[in-house]
Design a protein around this ligand. Sequence first.
Ligand SMILES: Nc1ncnc2c1ncn2[C@@H]1O[C@H](COP(=O)(O)OP(=O)(O)OP(=O)(O)O)[C@@H](O)[C@H]1O
Ligand SMILES: [Mg+2]
Length: 376
Amino acid sequence: MAANLYPADNMALLRIDIAHFRNLLSVKLSPIPAGFNIIYGENGSGKTSFLEAIYYLSLGRSFRSGVASRIINQNADKLSIFAHIDTESGQTVPVGIERYQHGEAKIRVSGQDVRSIAELADLTPVQLINTNCYNLLDTPGVRRKYLDWGAFYLSKDFMRVWRLFERALKQRNAALRNQLGPRELALWDEELIQHALALDQIRRQYVQSLLPLITQKASELLSIADLEIYYHSGWHDEANYRDILAQNIDKDRQAGFTQYGPHRADFKINVQGVPAKDILSRGQQKLFVCAMILAQGTLLTRYANKRSIYLVDDLPSELDVTSRSKLMSLLSRQEAQIFVTAVDHKMLDSFLIDKPTKMFHVEHGDMRTVMEHALE
Ligand SMILES: Nc1ncnc2c1ncn2[C@@H]1O[C@H](COP(=O)(O)OP(=O)(O)OP(=O)(O)O)[C@@H](O)[C@H]1O
Ligand SMILES: [Mg+2]
């Protein structure tokens, strides 16, 4: 594989070494850095576990289970994932994460122990497309996480502001529950307002750049008439947050928590005046969610000189041939590292002609490379 096929600013996993992650006892492989890594195998062979391991390396948590002991192989006392990452500055950085049954976790970046998973996440902007991604259309909390994923990479201030806001919110909620008087509450209000407005500003700016890209990607994947997307800050639009807190103080005291604020932020997606989830078909929803995710990846490259690493679990499911073809072609134009799973690679073969591809077969947790070809 000629190295000059790939842009210098590619962010990719060059080597992956997984041990005792679910049924993957020992997997060592070198994926293609820009193009399609196709992972195929029967039900229960370990395809999703492989994607889950990459996700775990980036975010320190699973997308399937919050309980670490479930993802560590049943017969092992720890899991480990190591990788070499090709960063946007052209350097190769060794990274790793280990997790023990008793709960301890170790994260290493460039040979140094690090305490925050944010350092790993910064190096590996992983985006996941799977059957749960429909939640993006269903659940405001999932949309908020999606927004914050992008804001984290695009705004240097995001993490600091987000932590300050979360702390202020917790403190104000505790003050509400403890029935503190108006003067003490006002102190927490000041802190909350300051960080709430800063967080809102970061999200608002991010959404402004994001929305046109979602519309553009969506139009490439499916035809939707009258698509409307708009940001909601988490309190009555256009209203002053200070006034909102003052007007709702009795309700907040009764409930024991702050009802309005950036912790309720959302963006609405309507098609012909109806929430997208109520009008689009399953396949259309999947394509729309893909458009949302690819839009973030494009923004990341445009403004942060980073490339997303895409994890697409069971790409063929719920998509007809035309939709699969459109999605594969859009993914390929991201010029990123893409991991795609499928039970049968034949479902994808016709879309891979002329595209840099490496193919891996998984059987009972063993993975081996079966094919590699590059764009001529
Ligand atoms: N902690 C664990 N230890 C050992 N094996 C596990 C553990 N957790 C899950 N498994 C097993 O790992 C196997 C791989 O599961 P995985 O979900 O990765 O399969 P898959 O290839 O994605 O299958 P499908 O095509 O059905 O989606 C399953 O047989 C599952 O029972
Ligand atoms: Mg699976």
